[in-house]
Design a protein around this ligand. Sequence first.
Ligand SMILES: [Fe+2]
Length: 336
Amino acid sequence: MSLRYRSALLAALLALVALTSGCSSDDDDALVIYNAQNQNLMKALTKAFTDKTGIAVKIRGGGDSELSNQLVQEGAKSPADVFTTENSTAMAQVDRAGLFAPLSPAALEGVPAQYVSGRKTWVGVAARSTVLVYNPSKLPAAELPASMLDLSQPAWKGRFGYAPTGADFQAIASSVFALEGDAAGEVFVQGLKDNGRTYANNIAILKAVNAGEVPAGIIYHYYWFQDRANAGADSRNAELHYFGGQDAGAYLSVAGAGVLSSSKRSEQAQQFVAFLTSREGQEVLAASNDLQYAINNGVASNPALKPIAELEAPEVPFDRLDGPKVLAAFRKVGIL
Ligand SMILES: [Fe+2]
C-alpha cells in the first residue's frame, strides 16, 4: 500500500469515527431539547442517553410558559425536536396547539395510563407534590388547614406565602380551576390576593417560613427535601403538611416530554423520550439529588420521600389544565 493511499485511508477512517461517535465539531445533527425541567437533572439524563446511543443533544433552557409560548409562536418553523417541562400545563398548551407528534409505543411502554396525555402525544417523566410548608412555632399542627381552599377564609389573612410568577404555583392554581370549576378557581385566586403574601419563588418561601417571617407557604415537596438532604439551613424549623384526600392541595404535577411534529430528527427524538420513561432513564432520575418522584416503569423514588401511593392526589385530566386562563385570573385581581 502506497503512503499516499494509506494516509487517504486514515483520513477517511477518522472522518467516519467523527461521524459515528456523534462528537463532530459542528453539532447541527444534535437533537434540540427545549427544556424547562431542572437543568442539572436534564444534563444527567441527556448524558446517560448520549453515552448509550451516541446521539448528541443540545439543551435550550427556559421556564415552562416561556418555552411553551415560544413553541406556539414558532409553530412548524421551530428548531426544537423535544419539549420537556416541570409542569403539565405547558405540555397541555403545546398539545392544544397541535404541535406534538404521536409518541412511539416504546415511549409509552411501562407508563401508567394516568401519566399519558389523552392523544398519546406527551408522557409523564417525573412528578412533584403540592405541600404546605409550615413553621410549627408559628402555626401549631392542630391549626393546619384541612383543604388548600380554606386559605381563602379571612382567618388566613397574611399567614401564607405563594409565588405567583412561578410555573410551579401557576400549575397548582390551574388544578383548582380544573378540579373545582371556574367559579371556585376565581374564589381561590381572590383569596390569594386578599390573604397571601407573594414571594419570588419556592426557595424564598421556604426561607421565609423557616425564619418565621410567614407561618406557612405553598410549594412543591422537593424544595424542602433538597434542603434537608443538604445541611437543612433553610428548612430545619419547617415541616411539611400533605393535604391528601384528593384535595386540590394534594395536586401532583406531572413533568412531561413530547416530540414536536415539525422535528426533522423525529426518530432520534422518539428514542430520547423513550429513554426518559425507560427503567434506565427513571433510575437516573431516582438516583439524582433532585428528589422529584419517578413515576414510570415501576422504578421506586428516593426512599426519603413520602411514598407516591400515600399522597392521595386528585386525578386532574391534563386537557382540563388551562395555563393562560389562570394567568388571566391572576392579572384580573392584580397578583401578576
Ligand atoms: Fe420547581
